[in-house]
Design a protein around this ligand. Sequence first.
Ligand code: IPE
Ligand code: IPE
Ligand code: MG
Length: 244
Amino acid sequence: MNEKIDLTRIPNHIAIILDGNGRWAKSRNMPRIYGHRKGAFNISDICEYADSLGVKVLSIYCFSTENWKRPADEVKYLMSLPSRFFNHYKEKIRKSNIKIVFSGRRDRLSNKLNMLIDEIIDITKDHKGIILNVCFDYGSRDEIIRAIKKLVPDINSGKVNLPDLDSKTFANYLDTKDLGDVDLLIRTSGEERISNFLLWQIAYAEFYFTKVLWPDFSPAELDKAILSYQSRNRRFGGLKEDNK
Ligand code: IPE
Ligand code: IPE
Ligand code: MG
C-alpha cells in the first residue's frame, strides 16, 4: 500500500469500468478473448486488495446491455467467463469474507449461468467483508426502467404514496438498492465516457480516468486512483469549509 493513502478517508463505494481487454490482447498479437480471460482473473486481486484497504463496495462493469452487439463468438466467450471464474474460485470464495451480488438483467442469461449466479449469491450472503457487485448484462437506463416497472404497481396498490416519492425511495427499486452511491468511479484504457454505467449512483462520484488497460491495472494503480480521490474537495453542492 502507498503510505500516503489516508486510511480514514477510503472511498466506501468504488465502481470500475474495466476497459481495454481487447487492446491489451491485440498489442500481444493475441485474440481479444485472451484479454477478457486475463481481465476476469485480475478482478479477484483488485477485489482482495480493495477489501484490505477497507473499501465497502466494489462495483465492476463486466458486460453491458450494449455488449450484445459484439461478434457472436466474443459474446459467447464473455457469457462463459462467469462460469470459468466462479467455478475456479468457488471454494476460495466460500471460505472468504467477500459477499457477491449481481446487478443487471437475468432474463437473457442461460439457465445454467442463472443457477450459478444464485449459488454464488447464496454461498456468500452472510459474508461480512467487501461487497463485490458484478454488473453483468447491466445498463443503467435498463435498470432505471426496470425500477419504474417495479415501482408503478407499488404506487397503484398504495404501498408508495406518489407525492411522497423521493430519491431515497426510488433508489430502493434499483438493483443497487443496498449499496449506496458511488464515491469513486474509475475507467481504465483511456476512454473518458460512462457507457451507461450506474448513471443514478454516480451523481456525486469523483471520476478517475487512466490509460492503463484493465489487465494491467494493479493494486498500485488502485492506490493512485485513491490518492487522486483523496486530493479532491467534495462539496455535494455546498461550500468548502474555508468559504463558509
Ligand atoms: C472491456 O474490454 C471488457 C468488456 C467490455 C466486456 P473491451 O473488450 O471493451 O476492450 P477494448 O476496449 O476493445 O480494448
Ligand atoms: C463498457 O465498455 C462496458 C464494459 C466495460 C462492460 P465498452 O468497451 O463496451 O464501451 P464503449 O463501447 O467503448 O463505450
Ligand atoms: Mg472497450
